[in-house]
Write a protein that binds this ligand. Structure first.
Ligand code: PLP
Length: 395
């Protein structure tokens, strides 16, 4: 299919829920993507914070090819070694005692919500069903995850959603104290908000949430779907805060681009769940779990994480020292940075793409910078130089 034919077929046959630029990606290698006309793009979006090892990492590709030739799917009716090995890695490197696997971030949050309700019910607290979420929070598009996602534009067309959700302002401990009570079964928060504009939580806020959850017997859920697994320069974003959740959700980078989600829980939460309470046909099949082992083993190395912190600091410094009137603020953590502009970011993203740089937004006025975690200084310099040109031209 020629480029125009692909674009036309998408317009004709795919439900139109996405707005895509008129280019077709054909292959990727490391930090670069190549379109159907052979043009090369420096990827500073990583498929929305997914391809942590870059595109088609040789070790990852070899593991996937090897496993594809051996065994891909048997369902969760049977044991498979890659699933068990991945679960062991996640548990031994986190606060959690057990993991439930699924296929996406939204599903990981669905599981977290169900588990919190079941935990409260198992404790005999029948009326304890309320969930507190926060302004700017994004947790996914399925009905439960959407119900705790703040943006009205995403939620309202699908009302009525799941009842029992209260939103409180993000980073406001007093407002959280007013919202959380004995009817609260869970509080869900991103330690670093992604879609909501790349906004880190303050330490005081997360500490206050932990104390409020303890006081009211509610579970604290950290959604680390976007900020987890090395993106902030720590294995888990919450490690920078010294606050430990009861449940943590993961997805995006975990299998390096293949679909996976994970809901990590303490033994107390796991003990409330019985066979039949939740499940998935595809979750954590041998193929995705072999791929995830490669990602996990590389990203969890202390040297790898130190490199993410160093490169994140360098990228941040380069962005903070850009001389542009358009920049309002640079914020974020590690290699998840947001550049808030005084103007809409869409024209800057288009102009950067024309110069061979892939960027994405987080809302209308924030550029989200989330390259593969393997990014180096030369690529950071190249990307920031293109961005500087676009900002100077007022794109
Ligand atoms: N939670 C967070 C913090 C996210 O950023 C996202 C996706 O952007 C999700 C959940 C939903 O993940 P998915 O798109 O895999 O369902």
């Amino acid at each position: 299919m020629k480029t125009e034919e692909v674009i036309q077929a998408e317009a004709n046959y795919v439900v139109q829920t996405y707005v895509r630029p008129p280019l077709v990606f054909e292959r990727g290698a490391g930090m670069y993507l190549f379109d159907s006309d052979g043009r090369r793009y420096l990827d500073f979006a990583a498929g929305i914070a997914v391809t942590a090892l870059g595109h088609s990492d040789p070790e990852w590709a070899q593991a996937v090819a090897d496993q594809a030739g051996k065994l891909v799917h048997v369902s969760n009716l049977y044991h498979t070694a890659p699933q068990a090995a991945l679960a062991e890695r996640l548990v031994t490197h986190s606060f959690a005692d057990r993991v439930f696997f699924c296929n996406s971030g939204a599903e990981a949050n669905e599981a977290a919500i169900k588990f919190a309700r079941k935990y409260a019910q198992a404790a005999g607290a029948g009326a304890k069903t309320q969930i507190v979420a926060f302004s700017g929070g994004f947790h996914g598009r399925t009905v439960g995850a959407l119900s705790v996602t703040h943006k009205a534009q995403y939620r309202e067309p699908f009302a009525p959603l799941m009842p029992g959700v209260t939103f409180a302002p993000f980073n406001d401990a007093d407002a959280a104290a007013a919202a959380i009570n004995d009817a609260t079964c869970a509080v869900i928060v991103e330690p670093v908000q992604g879609e909501g504009g790349v906004r880190p939580a303050t330490a005081e806020f997360l500490q206050a949430l932990r104390a409020l959850c303890n006081r009211h017997g509610a579970l604290l859920i950290f959604d680390e779907v976007q900020c987890g697994l090395g993106r902030t320069g720590r294995l888990w974003a919450h490690q920078a805060y010294g606050v430990i959740p009861d449940i943590m959700t993961l997805a995006k980078p975990l299998a390096g681009g293949l679909p996976i989600g994970a809901t990590l829980v303490t033994q107390a939460v796991a003990a409330a769940l019985q066979p039949g309470d939740h499940g998935s046909t595809f979750a954590a099949g041998p193929l995705v779990c072999r791929a995830a082992q490669v990602v996990f083993d590389r990203v969890s190395r202390p040297e790898f994480l130190a490199q993410v912190r160093a490169n994140g600091a360098y990228l941040r410094h380069r962005l903070e020292t850009l001389e542009s009137e358009a920049i309002v603020e640079v914020r974020g953590a590690g290699l998840l940075l947001g550049v808030e502009l005084a103007t809409a970011v869409a024209p800057i993203i288009t102009a950067a793409r024309a110069q061979g740089l892939i960027l994405i937004n987080a809302g209308t006025d924030v550029l989200r910078i989330a390259p593969p975690l393997i990014v180096g200084r030369a690529e950071i310099d190249a990307a920031v130089d293109i961005l500087a040109t676009c900002l100077a031209a007022g794109a």
